[in-house]
Design a protein around this ligand. Structure first.
Ligand code: URC
Length: 301
């Protein structure tokens, strides 16, 4: 028996990079949370404390901020690709890089009915996400891009049913043909191309997700997720698969009978936990291999 070093990676997590574009009086803002991770043979650092192959996490941080100036942040996907390719192409021991980015959206404040040029209001809606993985040098290099969002909170006050389910001696749930359906959606979609109008695609995917949630008369959250994914894949040939994680944010009809009042699906208790957690992937049956695209931490915990 020998003890050996297993999978490892290292980087700077959660760099809060804020990039202001101020080429004119009207400023723009991109507000990011950027995590870098480098992969390669870093066994000497672990086994004997030899740092000669280690590009410090501090340098990774400096690069993230410098690239926000040098390359700009047109989209989180494009910026992440620049960073990942730089680490793999330009730093000799680095064989792979993983860049994870979250973006918090801001909009220009409305002052006296007009957009103020340099004052912003943080949008309380979803967080945009991207994960970029680059592996290998030169002609062998492979790239995986995942776009996504999290915390897209959606609710429909009718148009959702849940009945006909399997029952056993523990079943107490009443079937319903009219319920509130709500979720805080996490969705991640895997691209098969690396040259795209990332911002336009993001806006399009989000629009489709919301539309399907709204228009599908839902018999289960599972069905809603499937139809959302299907619509995205039908619209965008360069998306191979989309993964969802959707808490079923239960809204229980509040009992007003003690007041002699009928509750016609008007007053609910919004229960925060426990929640159903529905997770599904919708994919093309000929989707190319995902490789390490979905693996944030190189087989680490
Ligand atoms: O949309 C739903 N899917 C379920 O699997 C489920 N289970 C449950 O109790 N309520 C719901 N709702």
């Amino acid at each position: 028996m020998a003890i050996v070093l297993g999978p490892n990676q290292y980087g700077k997590a959660e760099n809060r990079v804020v990039r202001i574009t101020r080429d004119s009086a009207r400023h723009e803002i991109r507000d990011l949370n950027v995590s870098t991770a480098l992969r390669g043979d870093f066994s000497a650092a672990h086994l004997v404390g030899d740092q000669s192959q280690v590009l410090p996490t501090d340098t990774q941080k400096q690069t993230a901020y410098s690239y926000a100036k040098e390359k700009g942040v047109e989209s989180i996907e494009a910026y992440g690709l620049e960073l990942a390719r730089h680490f793999v192409d330009d730093v000799v021991p680095v064989e792979g890089a993983r860049i994870e980015i979250e973006e918090y959206a801001w909009e220009h404040a409305i002052v006296d009915g007009e957009e103020h040029e340099h004052t912003f209001v943080r949008l309380g809606q979803e967080v945009r996400t991207a994960s970029i993985t680059v592996e290998g040098k030169g002609a062998e290099q492979k790239t995986w891009v995942i776009g996504g969002l999290k915390d897209l909170v959606l609710l429909k006050s009718t148009g959702s049913e849940f009945h006909g389910f399997l029952t056993d001696e523990y079943t107490r749930l009443e079937p319903t043909t009219d319920r509130v359906m709500a979720t805080a959606l996490v969705a991640q979609w895997r691209f098969t191309e690396t040259e795209l109008d990332w911002n336009a695609v993001y806006a399009g995917v989000k629009r489709i997700l919301i539309k399907q949630f709204a228009v599908l008369h839902s018999l289960a959250l599972q069905q809603t997720l499937y139809e959302m994914g299907k619509a995205v894949l039908e619209e965008y040939p360069f998306i191979a698969e989309i993964k969802f994680s959707a808490p079923n944010k239960h809204h229980f009809l509040y009992n007003l009978e003690t007041f002699g009042v009928e509750n016609n699906n008007e007053v609910f208790h919004a229960d925060d936990r426990p929640y159903g957690l529905i997770q599904a992937t919708v994919m093309r049956d000929d989707a190319p291999d995902a490789g390490p695209a979905w693996t944030p931490a190189a087989n680490l915990a």
